[in-house]
Design a protein around this ligand. Sequence first.
Ligand code: PGA
Length: 244
Amino acid sequence: MRGRLVVGNWKMNGGLAPNTALLGALSAGWQGGAGRRLGVCVPLPYLAQARDALAGSEITWGAQDVSAHGSGAYTGEVSAAMLAEFGCAFALTGHSERRQLHGETNAQVAAKAAAALDVGVIAIVCIGETLAEREAGQTETVIGDQFDVVAAALGPRLARVVMAYEPVWAIGTGRTASPEQAQTVHAFLRQRLASVGAADVTLLYGGSVKAANAAALFAMPDVDGGLIGGASLDANEFLAIARA
Ligand code: PGA
């Protein structure tokens, strides 16, 4: 369902004490309302802490990855049902760091998204091109391929995902896509979504979003919000982005 959404991706950052301060500040500072939603995707050991700290607030929490498998001999993996038990609203799937550092394929990303959706956890499906791909004029081909594999695997469930366009060259680099660059890809994705009956999917932009550039990005007609890495570790900055 399309709506305004900002999600923080803490990546492998945090600790019990700093988390308490960050989650407390978010919980105290966020009013929500007006159809605006806010969430944080924390490292797995901190899920219970996030759940407890955010209980009674308007902020949701989630994980940064999920297993494609239901249960069994998958050492180190965490199932979607386990995430659901901890109240996760979201699981990121296919973040570019997972694709690049762990060799995750489009098919694996699709299987993980399906596993999450099947237990009621919203998959935030991340897609994006590298700088080399963009400079070679392959942005739409790469994004289209990533999209098509997920769309084919999910079928009608696609309407329940959140999708995040995260150009790899903009992640953690301080080099944000311009609002126009983001809008061009989002419009392309919106068209693809519409062609399979899922035009109402919430589309986030991610990659070096800051309080200073969030409003211009979020003003684009097909940008519904953001997936925020580094800036989500600072409560004031993250709340300012969410209010944009
Ligand atoms: P960044 O990361 O905001 O630090 O660029 C975004 C992401 O990886 O989701």
